[in-house]
Design a protein around this ligand. Structure first.
Ligand code: DC
Length: 226
């Protein structure tokens, strides 16, 4: 059966991770969370005292960066060199800092190469902001998944509570609105649907229903290619 490259773009909290994981599992594809890579750059920048506006510092940092998704006993984890940074990148502070470094050309360029290398072999679901528009404009199936801000903030707040990284709901919603605005209005690879993306609004539908809709599009593509 022909293996596809599938992209899912959209704002924070739209459900991209849940549905990307489920699709990858069902299709036996790899799942690549590209937001984690931007978070990895942000974490390393903070550890090394590099502010998000310091392009020279970021460029040098990216050159020496060894980010890789590696499977261990806890599943597929993000490593920076020898260190599993999967939990350290999931804080509200890292969300904001990832958004800030992601607006810098030097960072986007460095991660573009890494992401394209990861996508050289098909059979993968990539989630992010510019997967269908910039990184993989020739992807086989593209989705843009969104939902109303309030609903997305409720979902993210619940996730943070489960991880005991609690932040007040009002703060989660405010941060999310700021991050959406920054990610959508930046000059480089802004968050927007690719022209040929299937647009899905998950405000009033369950993750399962989003997955079912997506699988219909994917199956059609697989059948058409057979
Ligand atoms: O998906 P996430 O919330 O983990 O992403 C963190 C930040 O990284 C997000 O606010 C913008 C940036 N990002 C990006 O610019 N391009 C991507 N493909 C993925 C994430």
């Amino acid at each position: 059966m022909k293996k596809l490259l599938i992209t899912i773009d959209g704002p924070a909290g739209a459900g991209k991770t849940t549905v990307s994981r489920a699709l990858a599992e069902r299709l036996q594809y790899r799942y690549i969370d590209t937001g984690a890579l931007y978070r990895g750059v942000a974490l390393e920048a903070r550890e090394n005292g590099i502010p998000p506006e310091d392009d020279q510092g970021l460029e040098a940092l990216c050159k020496g960066l060894e980010l890789a998704f590696i499977r261990n006993e806890n599943g597929v984890r993000l490593y920076s060199g020898e260190t599993d940074i999967s939990d350290a990148i999931r804080t509200p502070e890292m969300s904001m800092m990832a958004s800030a470094v992601s607006a810098r050309m030097v960072v986007r360029k460095a991660l573009l190469d890494i992401q394209r290398r990861m996508g050289a072999e098909k059979g993968a679901v990539f989630e992010g902001r510019d997967m269908g528009t910039v990184v993989f404009p020739d992807a086989d199936v593209k989705f843009f998944l969104t939902a109303d801000l309030n609903v997305r903030a409720i979902r993210r707040h619940r996730e943070l509570e489960e991880k005991q990284a609690a932040q007040k709901f009002e703060e989660v919603e405010k941060d999310m609105a700021l991050r959406d605005a920054a990610d959508s209005s930046r000059a480089l690879a802004p968050l927007k649907p690719a022209q040929d993306a299937v647009f899905i609004d998950s405000t009033e539908i369950s993750a399962q229903s989003v997955i079912d809709q997506m699988m219909k599009h994917i199956r059609k593509k697989i059948d058409d290619a057979a």
